[in-house]
Design a protein. Structure first.
Length: 87
């Protein structure tokens, strides 16, 4: 995956903020104040240039989360959380 140069932030993180929350570049800047608006715009441009690959990766990650959640329901911890009304 692509990283924003000179940071520990992945392009996909900025893209997900845009996708999931509808955040504007200024809103993303509020979440990541150490990123310049130029870096945020560049990250979004990179996302849009490679949107098919990024969206496929996002789908894979969501599927993996669903798989892990399904597995954890049958675990002793998952059963205990369920009895507590937390799961």
């Amino acid at each position: 995956m692509a990283w924003i140069q000179g940071t520990r932030i992945k392009v996909i993180e900025v893209a997900l903020d845009k996708i999931a929350n509808g955040s504007s570049p200024e809103g993303i800047h509020f979440q990541y104040p150490h990123l310049s608006l130029a870096q945020i715009h560049s990250a979004l441009a990179y996302y849009y240039d490679h949107q098919t690959e990024f969206d496929s990766e996002i789908r894979r990650q969501l599927e993996r989360i669903d798989q892990l959640a399904a597995l954890s329901k049958d675990s002793p911890r998952g059963e205990r959380l369920s009895t507590l009304g937390i799961s």
